[in-house]
Every structure is written in C-alpha cells, then in structure tokens.
Design a binder for this molecule. Structure first.
Ligand SMILES: C[S@@+](CC[C@H](N)C(=O)[O-])C[C@H]1O[C@@H](n2cnc3c(N)ncnc32)[C@H](O)[C@@H]1O
Length: 244
C-alpha cells in the first residue's frame, strides 16, 4: 500500500503557526478530514487551514467526534470516522486528518489512531507534529513553562478533582487543559492554596479572539470558552532572578 494517513497538527489557531511540513502536505493531499464536536458546529481545525486548501481539487470531509466526559457510546462515532478514512486510503488516496495543536497531545486524532492500529495495521500513518496550545498560551501570557530544575505537569482539568490539590503542591508549573467547565472548582482550590494570583487563563490563543486574563477572580461564574487553558506558575522567572 503506497497511500497513507497523515495526522497533521495545525497549531492553536494562527495559520502562521503551522509548520512548513504541515502546509506542504495539506496543499498536496487530495482528501482532508476535519473533526467537529457536533454536526451543527464548524471545524475549528479546518478554519485554521482553509487558506491553504483548494476546494476545486481537494475533498474536505467533516467528521463528528462528540465531546463528553462519559465516553460510553462514542466508540461507534470513532469507528465510523476511522472507516471513512481507511476506505479512501485503501483505494489509493492520501488522507490528511487535521487536529488542533499537536496530534499526540489530547487530540481528537488519538481516538481513531487506536482503531487504525488494531483494525487497519497495514495502513501507514505519519504523525506531523504541531505547535500545541500549551506552548502558544505560554508565549501569549509571557509565562515560561519551565527553567532549569522546574517540574511541569500538564493535565486535563475535567478529570482531576481528587489529585489537583496535590499536583499543585508538587509541581512548579501546572497547565490545566479543558478547564472551562470546571474553572470555578479549580479557582476555589487555587484560593485555598494561596495560588489564585499565580496564573493566567488563555483562550483561543493564536486567533483573532485570543484572550489572556491574569485576574482569575473575574472569570468565576462565567461561561468560559472550551478552547481555553490555565497556566499556574508558582514563582515567576523574573521574580526568582531578582537580587535578594
Ligand atoms: C482536545 S484538547 C486538544 C489539545 C491540542 N491537541 C493541543 O496540542 O493543544 C482541547 C483543549 O486544548 C486546549 N486548547 C486547544 N486549542 C486552544 C486554543 N487555541 N487556545 C487555548 N486553549 C486551547 C484547551 O484546553 C482545550 O480544552
């Protein structure tokens, strides 16, 4: 089999944050698959790469990957999406599956990657890394993630109720992805640990709607964007380098 699947990280939102390799492949492939959470929503990943596509010669398939914490019943969506991709590759076409940020960091692609591995092991898959929202958010907030012996944790906030307190104590920098729906609970823990002024909330980084908020209290009780994350950094580099 010569055709393959490319899993392409398209970065967090700014088309200029695509790698040159991602752009080259996206311009070449005949088929692009893009994920969306529901049929009513457009694909954010697709909106990022639209400037590089030529719809007159490239087919774009938007696939539904419902997002919920309880993943029971979602396997059939992933199977359908994987099958759609596999069919096209088997008939000789390269397919690019695009995903926000990096494909190997909590991405939608990983749901079908597992299926490719056991169901279609003969299909080659090439992973094209992307700039993750974590790197882009750190840059936008001016918060270096780690220096020297700093310890960094990256966590999906939605799954962290029991462990978060300890993680915040154990690490110098904690990045909480998928934080929007549990922000109030996270903020309460930050307050309890005296860390409520040690972080930045970054949403839609790299897009025209990018927001960087340091006053975390102002976000409590608000309906927050899913495309947002929180960086908690105990000691800023600037402060730790100040002379005694
Ligand atoms: C399914 S994960 C995808 C992560 C992605 N693969 C990456 O490398 O950044 C979705 C979470 O990533 C974060 N995220 C993705 N894009 C973002 C953006 N443009 N701005 C801020 N956070 C973003 C949010 O925490 C969101 O809940």
């Amino acid at each position: 089999m010569t055709a393959k699947i490319y899993a392409i990280g398209v970065g967090p939102g700014d088309p200029e944050l695509l790698t040159r390799k991602a752009e080259r492949i996206l311009r070449q492939v005949p088929i692009i698959c893009a994920p969306t959470a529901s049929p009513a929503d457009s694909s954010y990943a697709l909106s990022i790469v639209e400037p590089f596509l030529d719809r007159t010669r490239q087919e774009v398939i938007v696939q539904v990957f419902p997002m919920r914490r309880d993943q029971a019943g979602l396997e059939e969506y992933w199977e359908t999406a994987a099958e759609e991709v596999a069919e096209r590759v088997k008939s000789g076409s390269d397919v690019a599956f695009i995903t926000i940020g990096d494909p190997f960091l909590y991405s939608t692609f990983l749901y079908i990657y597992r299926i490719f591995r056991y169901k279609y092991p003969e299909i080659p898959v090439e992973i094209v890394p992307g700039i993750s929202s974590v790197s882009a958010a750190a840059a936008a907030a001016g918060l270096p993630l780690g220096q020297a012996s700093d310890r960094i944790a990256i966590l999906p906030a939605t799954f962290e109720e029991q462990n978060l307190r300890q993680t915040l104590l154990d690490f110098d920098t904690v990045v909480l992805m998928k934080v929007s729906r549990v922000f109030d609970a996270v903020y309460a823990i930050l307050q309890e640990l005296g860390l409520e002024q040690k972080g930045a909330f970054i949403s839609r980084v790299g897009s025209k709607d990018e927001q960087v908020v340091f006053d975390l209290a102002s976000l409590v009780g608000k309906d927050l964007d899913y495309l947002s994350l929180l960086i908690v950094k105990k000691e800023s580099v600037a402060r730790s380098q100040e002379p005694e």
